[in-house]
Design a protein around this ligand. Structure first.
Ligand code: ADP
Ligand code: ZN
Ligand code: ZN
Length: 753
């Protein structure tokens, strides 16, 4: 492997002009003259440039001898910050591709790929600033010992969430933090870290534990592993789908592949969903590997992120585990990419640069000539199709590693029995039996708050958000009305806003109401509610999940936060309180998502010893959707969806782009999109739909509209939109209109609202 510094040949002295991508939402680069005292300008290096009245840090995209602008008009760049490129060739090509494919400004794309300290022009090498890490002794000591030192306790709790802390992390803590940290250093719970930029503390293993792999892989796991070993040894690009039912031991297969890559001296990248990066996974990785690991996720502070980036780039870190943006990490020698729960929606970024990390990872693996593995119990239809048509290799794990059968799924017909606080008599009975058997119960309801609607009995009006086309949700714990769309929060009025009547009733149930009902009915049992409201503080989700796992709670109740990949060993029964929303939705992906959710949440039941039970409450037990659910027939379900999508030319058989627009003036968003439609040139095979209001038109006081552009050919869709963007940038009138509204372009959108 060549080092980054040898990748770019010395430039000719006539090349005195540089094109620079600057972090602004403009789809172009800007030319500057190389500053006099900078003998070297290389593509991929950062450069400080004057931009209007500001000074910006950009990245050189080209070094050249002439510009389309007269040289006398070009400004001189202020300073070239790097002597070498910050991007290896595969990453550079990936970013260029990303910018073209998603029609995203190259400056923003490059910005997305760099940690903020680097983006702002900081030193590549992390500063030797004084910081602290938790010692093994500190990690092993019981927290009660700190009961009389609340500040020290608070500090240790922070260390449990963040590997490496420095003064900036304590700014908001009490002023006595320095003393408290010193006391902890004295006790050897915490240790100072001054010298070399450290690998994240979690990998500072004084005594690398002996690695235990006493598992004997099942035949199916073994087949998948040998297939992946071959793919790794081939040293060419390949993409594989590991389609394994919940609990089939996919993680063990990933680990075997990582082992193999590490033995070759290479690095492994493991991408996980946003909430998949649980302490449980981290522990599992650390118990399994003695190689240095870094984590990259949204919870890192700037210093930690910079360190993680640096260690991956230097090759110090061998295993890089991260959420979607980790796909932009730099490596010294990458050997494999693994994406766990590849179907998960969090791999798609939904603001700024709207990329799908799974697709970016595939492109990148191709550039590196290495294998990539996508794993899931419920693959996305896109991936499933690629595996069926042979574009991806397919490995299947059809049985659970523990040999326990998949859970038995039953429907509860809500036409036959009424629910009370969201719970039907059959559901209550099932909960009771499970609790009696000393097994955990897990209940899934994807609606937080107490009640979704506060309704006036007299005038039949519901309390509405004044900024959105939406009801306000009643939150009893906080005693507030909240809007789940814009964050508005207000007091609970005892009188109707329209008619002043005091006959206000709360209708429907959220997790809080069900929690109360459970507490009443099962007073002996501990109920644990896990949703966004109960996990606002950093680290709280991890804490609750750990409580759930350790078996401290008898009944877990939660939103989708509890569905993903967690291995709760003692769950005997799963209840899905409401499954109907996805059945008749206008969103063509709703049933796919519902199926995935049901299978994932069901997968938490009966993972160890005896067969688990799943109960689904529904008003539509006859719906054909449930035939496939009851038999765990993901393939059958997928085939059905594929036929539907093929017939309708929906993804992945047709390609979509969604142009969204919002404005404070009701008519303007639609006007802008109608004009956009008129301005777009009709490429062959491209269909431009009509501009329509968004399903929820008003949100946070803005009126939103959307325009769907479809094509059976990606290239014509891309060309059509690129042409329009060009028109927008060059036509004065169009440009003016565009700057008076807020619009965004989403290629391969996941959400259609
Ligand atoms: P998945 O990721 O497919 O849901 P996991 O990898 O989490 O499944 O495995 C589920 C459980 O089965 C874990 O506790 C794991 O340790 C165990 N397991 C995996 N493979 C084996 C095996 N070959 N033999 C015994 N137990 C296994
Ligand atoms: Zn009223
Ligand atoms: Zn609102």
């Amino acid at each position: 492997m060549v080092g980054a510094d040898t990748l770019f040949p010395e430039i000719a002295s006539s090349d005195h002009i540089i094109s620079v991508a600057v972090p602004v939402p403009l789809r172009q680069t800007f030319d500057f003259l190389v500053p006099d005292d900078s003998p070297t300008a290389v593509r991929g290096a950062r450069v400080k440039v004057p931009f209007g009245t500001r000074k910006l840090v950009g990245v050189i995209t080209e070094v050249k001898s002439s510009s389309e602008f007269p040289e006398s008009k070009l400004k001189k760049a202020l300073e070239i910050l790097d002597e070498i490129s910050l991007f290896d060739e595969p990453l550079w090509h990936t970013l260029q591709w990303l910018s073209r494919y998603y029609l995203a400004p190259i400056g923003e794309v490059i910005g997305t790929a760099l940690p903020s300290l680097i983006r702002q022009g900081g030193e590549l090498r992390p500063a030797n600033k004084k910081s602290w890490v938790l010692t093994d002794h500190g990690r092993a000591s019981p927290l009660d010992e700190l009961n009389r030192a609340p500040l020290q306790l608070a500090i240790i709790k922070r260390f449990m969430q963040s590997s490496l802390l420095d003064a900036s992390d304590f700014k908001e803590t009490s002023s006595g933090w320095r003393q408290a940290v010193n006391a902890l250093v004295e006790k050897r719970w915490v240790q100072e870290y001054v010298s070399e930029p450290a690998l994240a503390a979690r990998t500072l293993k004084v005594d690398a534990r002996e690695i235990e792999t006493d598992l004997t892989l099942t035949g199916q796991q073994q087949d998948a592993v040998s297939g992946l070993f071959n793919a790794i040894d081939d040293k060419v690009f390949s993409c594989s789908l590991l389609h394994g039912v919940t609990g089939s031991g996919k993680t063990e297969v990933y680990f075997a592949a990582i082992d193999h890559v590490l033995a070759l001296g290479k690095q492994a990248l493991l991408l996980v969903p946003e909430i998949g990066l649980t302490p449980q996974l981290i522990d599992r990785i650390e118990q399994r590997f003695s190689a240095p690991v870094v984590m990259m996720h949204s919870g890192l502070n700037d210093t930690e992120r910079h360190l993680a980036w640096w260690h991956a780039r230097q090759g110090n870190a061998k295993i890089i585990v991260g959420t979607r943006s980790a796909v932009f990490s730099q490596f010294s020698d990458l050997g494999i990419v693994i994406i766990d729960e590849e179907h998960d929606g969090s791999f798609k970024q939904t603001d700024n640069v709207r990329y799908q990390a799974r697709d970016v990872a595939i492109y990148r693996a191709k550039q590196h000539n290495i294998p990539i593995v996508l794993g899931s119990a419920t693959p996305s239809i896109e991936t499933y199709v690629n595996a069926s048509n042979g574009r991806f290799k397919l490995f299947r794990l059809t049985e659970r590693a523990s040999k326990v059968s998949l859970p038995k799924i039953e429907l509860i017909d809500l036409n036959q029995q009424a629910t009370n606080d969201g719970l039907s008599p059959s559901m209550l009975e099932a909960i009771k039996m499970t609790v009696q058997r000393k097994k955990q119960v897990m209940l899934f309801l994807n609606r937080r708050g107490y009640a979704p609607v506060l309704y006036c009995k007299d005038c039949k009006q519901a309390a509405k958000c004044h900024r959105c086309d939406s009801h306000l949700t009643l939150h009893r714990r906080a005693n507030r009305l909240r809007c789940h769309h814009c964050g508005y929060e207000g007091v609970i009025k005892t009188n109707c806003g329209s008619c002043q009547s005091s006959e206000m009733v709360d209708v429907g149930e959220g997790t809080q109401r069900v929690e109360d009902a459970l507490a009443l009915r099962f007073p002996e049992s501990t109920v644990l509610r896990i949703d966004r409201d109960s996990t606002r503080r950093k680290g709280e989700l991890a804490e609750l999940l750990e409580q759930a796992r350790s078996g401290k709670a008898d009944i877990l109740l939660g939103t989708q936060l509890i569905t993903k990949g967690h291995d709760f060993p003692n769950v005997g029964m799963v209840g899905i309180l409401e499954a109907d929303q996805g059945l008749y939705s206008t969103d063509f992906r709703a049933s796919e998502n519902l199926f995935q959710q049901i299978i994932q949440v069901s997968g938490r039941a009966g993972r160890r010893d005896d067969v688990g039970h799943v109960f689904i409450q529904t008003r539509f037990p006859e719906h054909s959707f449930f035939d496939k659910v009851l038999t765990h027939d993901f393939n059958g379900f997928a085939e059905q969806l594929i036929n539907e999508r093929k017939a309708a030319n929906f993804p992945p058989f047709g390609y979509f782009a969604l142009l969204r627009c919002e404005s404070a003036h009701q008519a303007k968003s639609l006007q802008f999109l109608r004009k956009a439609k008129d301005d777009m040139v009709n490429y062959d095979g491209v269909r431009i739909m009509d501009a329509i209001p968004a399903p929820m038109e008003r949100r946070a006081g803005k009126y939103r509209a959307q325009l769907l552009v479809c094509s059976s050919q990606r290239s014509s869709l891309n060309a059509c939109l690129a042409q329009w963007l060009h028109f927008l940038a060059t036509d004065a009138q169009a440009k003016k209109f565009a700057s008076s509204v807020r619009w965004t372009l989403d290629i391969d959108p996941l959400d259609h609202y």
